[in-house]
Design a protein. Structure first.
Length: 121
């Protein structure tokens, strides 16, 4: 059975909130909806953190891989490349393939703190 947990990007503080912090992040109740943590308070002016789900997989350094991570891997030609982990139609993917079809993944960063990794020359 896969472990279900999340982390979130705090759009107000520009920082990542890990699972342990997320559980007690705010006093108001949250509902997960469309990739955002929505406050159960329609009058709140709270900037909603952007939720990212744990894939259930670890990289070569035993680091947890989350959607929104940028991973480094090698293609069939032996070339290294960076790609974003996305959740697409019931699967975590990089490019056109499921994440589990890759070996030797290394988490290099994430799309919020390291967007420059995805810029191609």
């Amino acid at each position: 059975m896969r472990i279900i947990k999340f982390r979130a990007w705090d759009t107000e503080e520009n920082k990542m909130i890990n699972w342990e912090e997320l559980i007690g992040y705010c006093d108001i109740d949250y509902l997960f909806s469309g990739g955002e943590l929505r406050a159960n308070n329609e009058h709140s002016n709270f900037n909603y953190p952007i939720a990212m789900q744990f894939t259930g997989l670890l990289d070569v350094n035993a680091k947890e891989i989350y959607e929104g991570d940028i991973v480094e891997t090698v293609n069939n030609d032996g070339q290294y490349f960076f790609s974003e982990v996305k959740y697409v139609i019931d699967a975590f993917c990089i490019g056109l393939h499921t994440l589990s079809s890759y070996e030797h993944l290394t988490v290099a960063g994430n799309i919020y703190e390291n967007p420059e990794l995805l810029i191609c020359d």
